[in-house]
Design a protein. Structure first.
Length: 132
């Protein structure tokens, strides 16, 4: 399989809440990517999502941050960047840092999210206190 097929497999596993299998598919995808491949952003964002869903906030946060650091190169898909910002916002809410979470959700909207991510971000922003 090529990396994109592994990403699709990981998505199916995430949707079915089979997180161990999702991680394995993501690792297989990463193993086929070169050092500067823009799909590493997607790999780190999806890994962060799996870790978040498993309740591992510390490693999830680091994975989302790694995705955002890698997002500075050419060819990086905007939805993956928006997903990473949204994921980091969710982690920050769980950590009790709502003002900072708001900043990441706003950045996610600016990054050009998919309709699903836009809906998630907008619903989270409605729950957060307005800027001080």
């Amino acid at each position: 399989m090529d990396p994109d097929q592994y990403f699709e497999s990981a998505e199916a596993h995430i949707a079915a809440e089979r997180y161990v299998e999702a991680k394995k598919a993501l690792e297989a995808a990463a193993g086929l990517l070169k050092e500067k491949d823009p799909r590493l952003v997607r790999y780190n964002e999806r890994t962060g999502r799996v870790l978040y869903l498993q309740g591992n906030l510390k490693d999830s946060k680091e994975s989302f941050m790694r995705a955002l650091r890698q997002a500075k190169g050419p060819g990086v898909g905007q939805p993956s960047i928006a997903d990473a910002y949204a994921g980091l916002g969710l982690v920050l809410i769980k950590e009790g840092n709502k003002p900072y979470a708001r900043k990441f959700f706003v950045k996610g909207l600016e990054a050009g999210p998919s309709p699903k991510t836009r809906q998630l971000i907008e619903s989270q922003l409605k729950k957060l206190p307005a800027k001080p």
